[in-house]
Design a protein around this ligand. Sequence first.
Ligand code: KG4
Ligand code: ZN
Length: 342
Amino acid sequence: MITLGIETSCDETSVAILKDSNILANLISSQDFHNKYGGVVPELSSRAHIQLINPLVKEAIKISGIEYKDLDVISATAGPGLIGALLVGLSYAKGLSLSLNKTFIAVNHIEGHIFSGFLMQDKPDFPYLCLVVSGGHTLLVLVKNYNEIIKLGTTVDDAAGEAFDKVAKLLGLGYPGGPKIQDSAKSGDAEKINFPISDLKNPFNFSFSGLKTAVLRYVQKQGGVEKLNKNHIADISASFQNAVVKALVSRLELALKKFDVNSISIVGGVAANSLLKERAIELANSFNKKIVIPSLEFCGDNAAMIAYRAETLYKSGIKHELNFKPFPSLNENTFLTLEQFI
Ligand code: KG4
Ligand code: ZN
């Protein structure tokens, strides 16, 4: 079974080809030009996707050593994401599916991330806890199998990656914030400043906007970012990073105590964070659980995870009509709630 995957939900144009879950190609073109604007500019993102999509598909076909007619399934991210950006990949996939008369499958981007651990050699074992931490989303889910995903908690305000991006901007470190804060934190003291972590009614939920405000107040109290030297900024970065990682890992720990799972997986752009990886591995070891954190290529946005999710949907008998509409936000009913499941 040969599957083409297309991902254009944000600022990565990515095309992948999978043959029976094995990756023949996974091309990712990152639109780095957004960095100078301090964030993704939606209109520029759509235009770049339009320019990149066709050459990338051609290249993926070429390096996979296949022909268009060999494709069985054509899939693309339908949402959540930037609507104009989503439309490019989705429309391209629909057009290709129509012209080649092949099955079309629309994929939920978050589900792509949730199953991205299966692109690794060592795969998660069902049931597993999955922490999805990206620029747009932060959620903790219990994955029973390919068809049952139970939402345990989500962010009530900013996503974890968004918090990294906003605090990096505030500290004058640039964009994207995650890698910049991680870099700056290397020479800082994580215990120097005690930034608060919010307690919430649902203990599996997350909140990062209070933390961001605490950093802002701290910086203002010092007389503004101009008054801070490199060491001071390093201490703020390290203390902030420590607070985010504590918030994420504490929810995982609580879930491990409550649910009997076989493994843990951490996915999404923030899964690239080395402190998060280190603390999550310690936690998994202390509970004697397997942990799968995709490598850099697969924890950020990529089309291999979209093609993989399409494969699993296809095997469950799911395919979509060509009038499938893109959706910018995650629908409240996309995942099961704990109440629905029990
Ligand atoms: O999953 P992703 O590539 O795109 C979205 O779907 O959002 O995630 C991007 C996010 C950005 O907010 C970026 O700052 C964050 O992932 N990120 C990191 C690191 N690398 C990327 N956050 C913390 N530490 C990192 N090393
Ligand atoms: Zn993503």
